[in-house]
Design a protein around this ligand. Structure first.
Ligand SMILES: [Zn+2]
Length: 79
């Protein structure tokens, strides 16, 4: 069976209605969803060389050490 343009719907794109929500969500539902929308503080670890709090798996911002060697030049290390 060969379909005509009219049967396929070509040229009728303007009549196509995008899917839309039937009803608005209540403020309670929105608030309940957004109850989980918050940032959590990243855990801090201690620098083994200067014992300053630092982000895990990152070089220490104070002394510039990572895994026992200096990888960053910092003001603290220049002194
Ligand atoms: Zn350090």
């Amino acid at each position: 069976m060969v379909l005509s343009r009219k049967e396929i719907g070509l040229g009728y794109e303007r009549n196509f209605i995008m899917p839309n929500p039937k009803r608005r969500h209540s403020t309670r539902r929105t608030a309940n969803r957004r109850a989980h929308d918050f940032l959590t503080a990243s855990g801090l670890s201690e620098c083994p060389s200067c014992h300053e709090k630092k982000l895990p798996h990152r070089a220490c911002a104070k002394c510039g050490d990572y895994k026992g060697r200096t990888v960053l030049e910092t003001k603290e290390a220049a002194k």
